[in-house]
Design a protein around this ligand. Structure first.
Ligand code: DC
Length: 229
């Protein structure tokens, strides 16, 4: 029998981390955890509670409210992934708006927010058998993960993919708007003080600009086979 491991998938915005992580989890019968959804949930909370004024997050108010912000996942068999539950409410579609996307990098740069969510993520992966995607999984959340993958793709490819996803989801956006958001998020994620986005030294690099999901799966299946033996 193969041993259960932790698979950490990090990388830039919109390079297909979640789809890839979800496909791996389905293949292995592992739990898939989208940590970006958790940061989005906290962002939605801030928006709903008047903690965003003129596009700026009231950091002190948000940190003070952290004990009240309950974040969990409920498995959705249609999506084959967990929907984000914020204080008892399923907010999976509300956390994907451009409004939340524009603010989430600011919220995720707050040290106390990260501390709280990282602790929650570590608890979720305690028993292994998880595929977790985010920005700091291989560097901070699970520095000892048995398999770390760092994903990237060109900005053009990522903006195009994200744009198609949003349009399919009924959101009214332009490609230019999405591209700006992708670039701005990259910039904030790389340059923030707390757990900036960077490739862990022992992570495998996957540039999927010209790869199909099938090709990515073939690549990863060989590696998983080795690491779970
Ligand atoms: O994966 P995503 O685009 O849904 O993530 C939303 C934002 O959350 C992203 O801009 C950076 C932040 N994030 C983070 O800082 N750390 C993580 N582990 C996951 C996401």
């Amino acid at each position: 029998m193969s041993k259960k491991i932790i698979i950490a998938i990090d990388g830039y915005s919109s390079c297909g981390k979640s789809s890839f992580a979800k496909a791996i989890a389905a293949k292995l019968g592992y739990i898939f955890i989208d940590t970006g959804a958790m940061y989005r949930g906290v962002t939605l909370y801030a928006l709903r509670h008047g903690m965003v004024v003129d596009g700026r997050v009231d950091e002190a108010a948000l940190v003070a409210a952290l004990p009240d912000i309950e974040i969990s996942f409920a498995y959705n068999s249609e999506r084959k992934a967990g929907d984000l539950i914020l204080c008892g409410e399923n907010v999976e579609s509300q956390i994907r708006t451009i409004e939340v996307s524009n603010l989430v990098s600011h919220v995720s740069a707050i040290g106390k927010v990260r501390e709280r969510l990282v602790a929650l993520q570590q608890r979720m992966g305690r028993d292994k058998g998880v595929v977790m995607d985010g920005r700091d999984i291989g560097t901070t959340v699970f520095p000892d993960a048995e398999l770390k993958i760092f994903m990237t793709a060109s900005v053009e490819v990522r903006a195009e993919r994200r744009y198609k996803e949003l349009i399919a989801g009924g959101h009214n956006v332009t490609l230019e708007e999405v591209r700006r958001n992708v670039e701005e998020r990259d910039n904030i994620d790389i340059n923030r003080k707390e757990s900036p986005l960077r490739k862990a030294d022992d992570a495998l690099l996957l540039d999927n600009s010209d790869m199909t999901v099938k090709q990515q799966m073939e690549w990863v299946e060989r590696i998983i086979d080795e690491r779970t033996r």
